[in-house]
Design a protein around this ligand. Sequence first.
Ligand SMILES: [Zn+2]
Length: 90
Amino acid sequence: MDAKRITTSSGKLLYKPIMAEHELYECSDDGTGFCVRCGEYTSGVEPDAAKYTCESCGQSSVYGIEILALRGFIEVIDEDEKEPEEAASK
Ligand SMILES: [Zn+2]
């Protein structure tokens, strides 16, 4: 799992999670949350959590993975791109 910095249309600097599709399912199952202000992943949050306090930066910016997915705030990557050799041998 990764994260990238983005700037919103209103000029706010936020982080957006980047993960493979299977990681997305795992994350929503095991209560992973993501802080959009500092890009930290946290655990033990509800899938539909919103504005939880972040343990890293102290801001109320932790959202459940499911909420982020619903809002289109997760960049889902194609895993095949990570393993070009395996894809080519098919
Ligand atoms: Zn944070």
